[in-house]
Design a protein around this ligand. Structure first.
Ligand SMILES: NC(=O)c1ccc[n+]([C@@H]2O[C@H](COP(=O)([O-])OP(=O)(O)OC[C@H]3O[C@@H](n4cnc5c(N)ncnc54)[C@H](O)[C@@H]3O)[C@@H](O)[C@H]2O)c1
Length: 362
């Protein structure tokens, strides 16, 4: 091993535990500092995690004064922008929890900060590490479907609304569309090779979250629990994207890719209210095509695996930093889906189609 990696954790709430658990499995990683804005929370976290050597701070800026190779940013969505820009500008590589940010402008600034600092900004989308995601990309990008002109993705929970920081506009910035929508968007866009969006028309609602019958924190519920959007891309491709945290329905359907020569249907893995396409997990893949003048369908065997996808994403970040590799899931790519989420929120508020202006970081 060439050297030890010095890692810091920003935000010591729920998901930080999974980051620390994954880092602890790597003998060459040392977690040397943790920070949280709630006084003493970081210190309590370090103690509970047995990080006896780690310094703790009540702000990320204090942590960033340390010599660090990288940070995991595990704060609520709204502070992703500030903490990421500050970390990159102080020369730290960043593994950022999803979603990237709330507004497109924030995403642009974060991407610029990565370019200017020469440091890595990678996004924590663990479903990417499912080998079936690569399989989908291989099938669609092989050209087997012909010209892909329509894609439908999303899905949802019949009843699965979070609470706490996730439902506060001030802290989460957005609801289901950004929280779980970012996974299905990534599934579709990554499979297609991240085409560039040009406009979006969206509708969002929160009939369940704001109803005390369905949510114990209804009076504090400020974000969307349902959303649907029609996104237009360059080259006459359209994508319908729908997400729910709660609904009177079992499913919002499968992910599908319609092409001029064949179609592909992807169903979610798992059952139950918190399972589904929304998290990018692949249950079945079926190709719909014509053979010898007849309409037929062919199941494509999925790849079974025992991978811990969350560990894989943290380990890939650490390995990329250690080996001087490019960002595994780079900010400039995820900026494209951030532009869609930003457009969804603008369009839903304006109640009309809005255009998407995306800078070119390629
Ligand atoms: N990849 C996944 O599977 C997954 C799962 C859950 C949550 N997440 C994402 O992780 C992020 C955090 O979620 P969570 O469930 O851990 O939330 P949480 O509310 O449990 O924890 C967030 C912590 O960040 C702290 N914080 C806020 N601003 C800060 C700042 N500027 N500097 C330092 N600390 C700050 C808060 O005090 C809190 O302790 C969210 O963006 C969420 O979308 C990802």
């Amino acid at each position: 091993m060439s050297k030890n990696l010095r890692i810091g954790i920003i935000g010591t709430g729920g998901i930080a535990n999974a980051h620390v658990a994954a880092y602890k499995k790597l003998p060459y990683v040392e977690i040397v500092g943790v920070a949280d804005v709630i006084p003493d929370k970081a210190a309590a976290f370090a103690q509970a995690q047995g990080l006896t050597e780690a310094a703790s701070f009540d702000s990320h800026t204090e942590l960033l004064r340390m010599e660090l190779d990288g940070v995991s940013i595990c704060t609520p969505n709204i502070s992703h922008h500030r903490t990421t820009v500050d970390s990159l500008r102080s020369g730290k590589n960043v593994l950022l929890e999803k979603p990237m940010s709330i507004t497109l402008q924030e995403g642009i600034e974060m991407t610029q900060a990565a370019k200017e600092s020469g440091k890595m900004l990678t996004l924590g989308f663990q479903p990417r590490y499912d080998p079936n995601m690569k399989l989908l990309q291989t099938i669609v990008q092989s050209g087997r479907l012909g010209n892909v002109y329509y894609v439908e993705t999303g899905g949802g929970r019949r009843r699965g609304m979070p609470g706490g920081t996730f439902i506060s506009k001030k802290l989460a910035g957005a609801g289901a569309m950004a929280d779980i929508g970012c996974y299905s968007l990534d599934m579709a866009l990554n499979t297609l090779g991240y085409p560039r969006p040009v406009s979006v028309s969206a509708f969002t609602s929160n009939h369940f979250g704001t109803n005390p019958l369905y949510h114990p924190e209804a009076s504090k519920f400020e974000v969307e629990d349902f959303g649907v959007a029609m996104v237009r891309f360059e080259n006459d491709l359209v994508l319908q994207f729908k997400i729910s945290w709660a609904m009177h329905m079992d499913s919002l359907g499968a992910t599908m890719f319609l092409g001029t020569d064949a179609g592909l249907k992807v169903t979610p893995a798992g059952t139950g209210p918190w399972s589904g396409v929304w998290d990018g997990s692949v249950g079945s893949i079926t190709l719909y095509h014509d053979e010898y003048g007849t309409q037929t369908s062919t199941p494509i065997p999925t790849i079974g695996h025992q991978l811990n996808l969350f560990d894989r994403k943290v380990h890939d970040f650490a390995e990329a930093v250690r080996d001087g590799r490019e960002a595994p899931i780079p900010g400039e790519q995820i900026l494209i889906q951030q532009a869609i989420i930003d457009g969804v929120l603008r369009s839903a508020e304006a109640r009309r189609e809005v255009s998407i202006e995306l800078p070119d970081f390629r």
